[in-house]
Design a protein around this ligand. Structure first.
Ligand SMILES: [Zn+2]
Length: 649
């Protein structure tokens, strides 16, 4: 029997196949809608599986386009996107499907299991959050708002981009670039009428390089001022966006945009988010002050905003820096992967076994995953950098564990993609410790998907998990990459076989926690500003006043009045984080809380780890994470665990 799909993409026929499938789906849906007696089994289930099969068909193309990008994959991918979008928009606005779901939920709620009820609840919510159920006039207005919102967001990022690109600072005195890394100096260098000059810009690598290593405070101030005063015209965009988001939320039946945002998240209400952030601010402050003192001690003058990165770097170099090259020999790629598998075996009793499947690249591998010696899923790994592969690291789910429309079990599968140094027959791939952390992180996502025992694909694995909870399993697992007991399973010098010494592990932890309280306060400042900003309608100067009032609690160094940080806060005004920036810290608390339960129980014999497998991993998105976490720990998450994880006492 073939449990898993074969990985293949036929670029020549893909678009034809896609169109055929969508036409078939559309016809099937029409037929389903004519059913006299609609119920979960004959209506909801087939629609859910239709989505699953479409995803299964589409994922290999998007995967291939990301890992083996060619002109051909780009073309087919770009061609398919509008086709898919048109189809899914049409389905998501089909009021008849919504009405049928509502009816089925009303009739069968008592007899369906919680997984099935959750499928219905999330689908109904999805329709209602887009306003598909409202009257025509309201729907029209909602659509106008949506169009205008995306224009404004687009203008916001364009203005920011233009301002970033416009500016440059030319340094003529070589002394002013002393202390910068050679590669940054090389990047900045240019010849002008026989003279060597250096150009710095507001683009990330350039700006950060000078702010971190540039000795000349006057130049740092000029760069800083240019950076924090970018795109002043975005202030008007912010006002309009806030007003539109509020109007939209009200049309959809919410008091405010923050309430609308929370409707689909794990956090139960606005007050819980505010309390959560304020408590962390309160508890991080004292240590952040201590950290500032340590940084301040290196400077003769009072620290200014444009000094902190520079003096922090001096302090880091002096006390906390680690030399990656010293660590690499301990992290040979294959032994890290094998060690991580062994760790997962000890933690959860799961076992990975390599298959001999041929995949899209010789470096790509697949593994069967066994739980209690029963095959449960397949993992695909593609860990090395190469030409034509998108940068970064990610997990992507492919098949979901489910029962199909004939009640036949389908197993789950997922991809982990990284960009580690490539190995050659002569040279092994040696990782930085950061890479090890990344691998654990993505593995945390992958097992969340692969160990699901849910029978409804729409809420199985990572499907249906709330946005502010998705990073819980990944962050939980990455924390173990700093644990001596875990590192010693695999961190052996690839030449001498020597196990990584404790002193080196301690240095890793210290380096991770360097200025952690100050970093925490900064993130909390962003989170609180974002969240409060969406609780009512702020206009014009009120936006700045709100930010100032928050800074009274969070900023240790007086922020100059010219600083208009908000005009560059693209995460919330041009990205998807509005009234959701708090999610980063929210998920971190869940992960830290459970992490310490496991560590305090000795890691490998931990009952909490077993419970985590049974309650969180197996259950996927079939219950709210709020509910699952309570089942797991018997209490609310404890934010002190996050402080402990960051070395904040
Ligand atoms: Zn992640």
């Amino acid at each position: 029997m073939n449990e898993f799909l074969e990985f293949k993409v036929d670029l020549d026929t893909f678009i034809d196949e896609l169109n055929k499938k969508l036409t078939h789906n559309t016809e099937s849906l029409e037929k389903l809608l004519t059913l006299q007696e609609k119920n979960y089994a004959n209506f909801v289930k087939p629609i859910g599986m239709m989505d699953e099969y479409l995803e299964q068909f589409f994922t290999p193309l998007s995967h291939l386009n990301a890992v083996n990008n060619t002109k051909e994959t780009q073309e087919v991918y770009a061609q398919s996107l509008p086709i898919i979008t048109e189809y899914s928009t049409r389905i998501s606005q089909d009021i008849n499907i919504y009405k049928a779901y509502k009816e089925i939920y009303k009739n069968e709620k008592e007899s369906l299991n919680y997984e099935q009820n959750r499928v219905l609840e999330l689908n109904i919510q999805h329709f209602e959050l887009s306003g598909a159920h409202l009257d025509e006039k309201t729907k029209e207005r909602l659509q106008e708002i949506n169009i205008r919102k995306s224009e404004l967001s687009n203008n916001f990022s364009q203005n920011l981009l233009d301002a970033t690109n416009e500016y440059e600072y030319i340094i003529e005195n070589e002394k002013d670039v002393e202390g910068l890394p050679a590669s940054d100096i090389e990047g900045a260098k240019f010849a002008d009428e026989g003279l060597t000059k250096y150009k710095f810009t507001l683009q990330m690598p350039s700006y950060i390089a000078y702010m971190t290593y540039g000795k000349n405070a006057t130049i740092r101030e000029a760069l800083y001022k240019a950076y924090v005063t970018r795109s002043p015209q975005n202030a008007a965009i912010i006002d309009e966006l806030l007003a539109l988001k509020n109007e939209m939320s009200r049309l959809l039946g919410f008091e405010s945009y923050s309430a609308y945002s929370l409707a689909s998240k794990m956090a139960p209400n606005e007050q819980s988010v505010l309390n959560f952030l304020n408590e962390l601010i309160h508890n991080s402050k004292a240590q952040a002050h201590e950290e500032l003192k340590e940084v301040q001690a290196l400077s003769k003058t009072d620290l200014k905003s444009f000094d902190s990165a520079y003096y922090s770097e001096l302090l880091k170099k002096e006390k906390y820096a680690i030399d990656e090259e010293e660590y690499r020999p301990y992290f040979e790629q294959q032994s890290v992967v094998d060690g991580m598998f062994e760790f997962l075996h000890k933690l959860f009793g799961i076992r990975f076994e390599k298959t001999d499947e041929k995949l899209w690249d010789t470096k790509a591998l697949s593994y069967n995953l066994y739980l209690n010696e029963r095959l449960v899923s397949r993992l695909y790994t593609d860990l090395e950098a190469r030409k034509g592969k998108r940068g970064g690291a990610w997990m992507h789910n492919w098949q979901a564990h489910t029962l199909d429309e004939n009640a036949k079990e389908q197993l789950a599968s997922a991809f982990i993609v990284c960009n580690f140094p490539a190995s050659t027959p002569k040279n092994p791939s040696l990782l930085r410790h950061d890479d090890v952390v990344t691998l654990f992180h993505e593995m945390g996502h992958a097992i969340h998907h692969m160990l699901s025992s849910v029978n409804e694909n729409e809420v199985s694995g990572v499907n249906g998990v709330e946005w502010d909870a998705v990073e819980f399993p990944s962050q939980f697992l990455e924390n173990f990459a700093y644990e001596p007991k875990v590192l010693k399973l695999f961190a052996m010098h690839h030449k001498t076989g020597e196990i990584i010494p404790d002193t080196m592990i301690e240095k890793l932890v210290k380096s991770k926690n360097f200025l952690s309280a100050s970093g925490m306060l900064r993130q909390l400042e962003f989170s609180l500003f974002d969240f409060k900003l969406h609780t009512k309608v702020y206009k014009a100067d009120e936006v700045q006043e709100l930010l100032n009032s928050i800074r009274e609690e969070t900023a240790l160094i007086q922020t100059p009045a010219y600083n208009k940080f908000q005009n560059g806060f693209a995460h919330i005004f041009a990205g998807g984080y509005a009234a959701g920036y708090y999610s980063y810290k929210w998920a971190e608390v869940l992960s830290a809380d459970l992490f310490f339960s496991v560590v305090d129980e000795g890691i490998f014999d931990s009952k909490s780890a077993q419970k985590y497998l049974d309650i969180i991993l197996k259950c996927g998105g079939a219950k709210s994470m709020q509910e699952l976490f309570y089942e797991l720990q018997g209490r609310e998450p404890d934010s002190n665990s996050l402080l402990r994880l960051n070395g904040i006492i």
